[in-house]
Design a protein around this ligand. Structure first.
Ligand code: SF4
Ligand code: SF4
Length: 163
């Protein structure tokens, strides 16, 4: 019995490894891998389609915390009539990565392509609060460090190269 178990283990010594020593070795992700989102605030029209499409209710629409000073509306002259249509509320996607299942439906539904996804997947944190990404955080491009995927599987085993 013991010999049989040893033989079974030994067989795998000469087989191609299917695992990598993460985080020192990383897998090369496919081009269309769905990782952390990027929000282009300047393209977003606050239509809220992304949050309505999200199947897990991971997206909340919130105003920006810090508004640029030059975005204050100019003072209205006293004799000017009030606008008939109410302007759309300026709210932007805030995503909770506690709830997001990376399905990409929000990206598909965005009519302005303001929401896209990156290869960044290292989002774990000890504090659940940090899993909620504000629009400002989502507009930041992930660092190069987050985007290095340098290990690929080949027929002869695992190979490493700069991506
Ligand atoms: S990827 Fe899917 S689950 Fe995540 S925020 Fe978008 S729609 Fe919601
Ligand atoms: S990210 Fe796209 S879908 Fe979401 S509110 Fe902005 S424009 Fe609309």
């Amino acid at each position: 019995m013991v010999v049989k178990a040893m033989f079974s283990g030994l067989k795998h010594v000469f087989k191609r490894r299917m695992t990598v020593k993460y985080p020192n070795q990383r897998l090369k992700l496919t081009e269309r891998y769905r990782g952390r989102h990027i929000l282009d605030i300047s393209e977003c029209t606050s239509c809220q389609l992304c949050s309505k499409t999200c199947p897990t209710k991971a997206i909340t629409m919130v105003p920006l915390v810090e508004k640029p000073l030059n975005e204050e509306p100019p003072e209205k002259p006293l004799n000017e009539e009030a606008p008939k249509k109410k302007k759309r509320e300026e709210v932007y996607s805030q995503i909770s990565y506690e709830l997001c299942v990376f399905c990409g439906l929000c990206v598909d539904s965005c009519p302005k392509s303001a929401l896209t996804m990156t290869h960044s997947f290292e989002l774990s944190d000890y504090d659940r609060k940090n899993l909620v990404y504000t629009p400002e955080q989502l507009s930041e491009i992930p660092s190069e460090e987050e985007g290095r995927y340098v290990t690929v599987f080949t027929k002869s085993g695992v190979s490493h190269h700069a991506d």
